[in-house]
Design a protein around this ligand. Structure first.
Ligand code: BF8
Length: 632
């Protein structure tokens, strides 16, 4: 085995800098150029004190004008903006979850979408009190999909999945009046509360932000994750590779980008079709390589080992390699810049969803009924485009790392089963993990999530934080673009154990795991909620979620979805550390609510810190405080 070496974000940046030369050559711009044109950013926007929810304004809060025309002060304006931001994220994740439920509703043994994990479907049905005995698995799938879609508009009651949380957490939600009702209702209610002349009390707005976030994490996102597993299989450890070097110059390169596995799964399926491979060879290529960007990449990496070309701020780079025949996208986190950029190359930019339509793209609408036909059309388009490459523009930076991915909660428990000496009561539980934490072999865990943001040099905060946490025997579970940052650097290579403290290294050796566990895409942060719930339930000492030495962190986040996630992670009882400030600094009251007073309701709060060194120290300190409080 060759010697292990970490690839630093600086190395990736240097290797991709040459792609900027190509950009100049072909007359394309990139986010770095556009960023320059957009800075300095608007200070009113940054502080959240610009209000444009009616046409009396826009109003901006200054020392001379402390209230908008309607009389709303900075706290009301910031609180409303924060709640609307949350609602955007919650709606987005949840609508993704709804499409998965729709796909499940159309699953058919003879169609493109099948039930790959019937056991999981039956397990969820039992949780929801649905009779399964003697039912055809596809009838059950359709019944469950219908019920799941009903969760979006349920008339009375709360989200079904809330029952997965420990009793104490459920009681906190009830007491604070933040248990989420129908998913669509919480988004709708957020829009209603923030309409002109409704709520301007910061406390009420922040409470609804938590509730709307919970409807995402314990509602829409959880449906997205769970029913994706039913359809496409529950992830288990699988080998893959990450970084731009996974693209192959001699092959037809198809890049899948976005979030919904319904599209990417079909593309992967077709790309393996011998008929398609033969066609690619006929066209002069050696084969077909599918690689991914953003969360759809995480989805197909976790289930199929499809390599990850990169995370959010790599999306332009895949086109700049000059070797991308098709970049096919579904929804979310797609730069509109890909349209004009693709025009500078032979690359076809294919949009597929009515939700994400963009200029300068070829629109091939993807739907459940014609999924295989459309996938075939897209894969054929890529193959036939191979001959249009301009060889002088082809330059794939030769950087890639090995990664073991696919750590669903089920997979984590299975892995732990291998180290328990088979005591029956320890099987299929998280007890061995709790023992490691109790004994101090592991000090705790951090859930590292979220995006890249041009405000931070791509991946630098993710990697710096992870390295220090690992040195301190703190295990990491990661998702979204944070997981891809780790994989690109090499932290999901099992050999990265050598970068860990002695305790964590020992755990990695015994369990044969990398020190950063890939738990999936951003909707899969719902997996992390199940993980901490099960840790609490499996703890013989009755540890509540908020007592666990576990925190959440998003060091380079940028999207509305990330704020929705932050809200449900905090509301579930995990202290959450953000490395980019949300636009709330214009209100001392909202700042105090988020970083302090929310803990009266949910026993957890936010910490905002833009200096990565201070951020990681604050997390380690919090983990140690939790250990001391537990007496371990
Ligand atoms: O949902 S981490 S940049 S890709 S928003 Fe987007 Fe952020 Fe990446 Fe996935 Ni999540």
């Amino acid at each position: 085995m060759s010697e292990f070496r970490l690839i630093t974000p600086e190395e990736t940046a240097a290797a991709t800098a040459v792609l900027m030369e190509t950009a100049v050559k072909v007359g394309a711009d990139s986010y770095t150029y556009r960023l320059k044109n957009q800075t300095p950013h608007c200070k009113f926007g940054e502080q959240g004190i610009c209000c444009k929810i009616c046409t009396m304004g826009p109003c901006r809060i200054t020392a001379k004008a402390p209230r908008g025309i309607c009389g709303c002060d900075a706290h009301g304006i910031v609180g409303r903006n924060y709640l609307r931001f949350t609602a955007g994220g919650s709606a987005t994740h949840s609508d993704h979850g709804r499409s998965i439920c729709e796909t499940l509703y159309h699953a058919n043994p003879d169609g493109p979408y099948k039930v790959k994990d019937p056991e999981k479907l039956i397990r969820i049905a039992h949780e929801w009190g649905v009779e399964t005995e003697g039912k055809d698995i596809y009838d059950l799938a359709h019944e469950m999909a219908y019920l799941a879609m009903g969760e979006y508009g349920k008339v009375f009651g709360y989200q079904n999945f809330l029952k997965r949380a420990p009793k104490h957490t459920q009681e906190l939600w009830q007491k604070a009046d933040i248990a989420p009702r129908a998913i669509d209702r919480e988004v709708s209610c957020a829009m209603h509360m923030t309409h002109m002349g409704c709520s301007s009390k910061a406390e009420a707005l922040i409470k609804q932000s938590l509730r709307c976030g919970l409807s995402d994490g314990w509602g829409g996102s959880m449906a997205g994750t769970e029913f994706s597993d039913v359809l496409f299989g529950t992830p288990k450890p699988v080998e893959t590779e990450a970084n731009l070097g996974v693209m192959k110059a001699e092959n037809v390169n198809i890049v899948v980008h976005g979030h919904d596995p319904s599209l990417s799964e079909m593309i992967c399926e077709l790309a393996e079709d011998p008929e398609m491979i033969a066609l690619a060879k006929e066209q002069g290529a050696k084969g077909i390589t599918v690689s991914g960007v953003c969360c759809t990449s995480n989805e197909v990496a976790m289930r199929r080992g499809i390599p990850m070309a990169g995370n959010f701020l790599q999306q332009e780079n895949v086109i700049l390699t000059g070797a991308c025949e098709v970049i096919v996208v579904d929804v979310q986190c797609i730069f509109p810049a890909l349209g004009p950029l693709s025009k500078c190359f032979h690359t076809k930019f294919v949009t597929t969803s009515p939700i994400a339509q963009m200029p300068d793209s070829e629109y091939i609408e993807f739907d459940v009924e014609s999924a295989d036909e459309k996938a075939k059309q897209i894969v054929t388009m890529a193959i036939m485009n191979f001959k249009n490459r301009k060889p002088e523009l082809v330059n794939i930076p030769q950087l890639k790392q090995k990664a073991t991915v696919g750590y669903s909660v089920e997979a984590i428990k299975k892995t732990l089963d291998t180290v328990t000496n088979s005591h029956v009561d320890q099987l299929n539980t998280l007890k061995p993990l709790i023992e490691c934490v109790k004994s101090g072999v592991l000090r705790g865990a951090v859930a590292m999530v979220g995006c890249n943001n041009p405000r931070v040099r791509p991946d630098t905060a993710h990697i710096a934080l992870m390295r220090k946490l690992l040195e301190n025997d703190i295990i990491i579970v990661a998702s979204g673009c944070s997981a891809q940052a780790a994989a690109k650097a090499g932290l999901m290579d099992k050999r990265a154990k050598d970068l860990c403290g002695a305790g964590l290294r020992r755990v990695c050796e015994l369990a044969d795991i990398p020190p950063v566990l890939h738990m999936g895409s951003c909707v899969d942060i719902s997996r992390m909620m199940v993980l901490v719930s099960d840790l609490s339930k499996d703890s013989e000492d009755g540890w509540q979620i908020s007592q666990l030495p576990v925190v959440g962190c998003a060091p380079e986040w940028m999207s509305e979805k990330a704020v929705s996630i932050g809200n449900y992670v905090v509301a579930t009882g995990l202290d959450t550390f953000l490395g980019v400030l949300p636009d709330v600094t214009g209100s001392s009251e909202v700042m105090d609510l988020l970083t302090n007073r929310v803990s009266d309701w949910v026993e957890a709060k936010y910490t905002f810190e833009t200096d990565p060194d201070k951020l990681v120290d604050a997390m380690i300190e919090r983990i140690e405080e939790k250990r001391t409080a537990l007496g371990i």
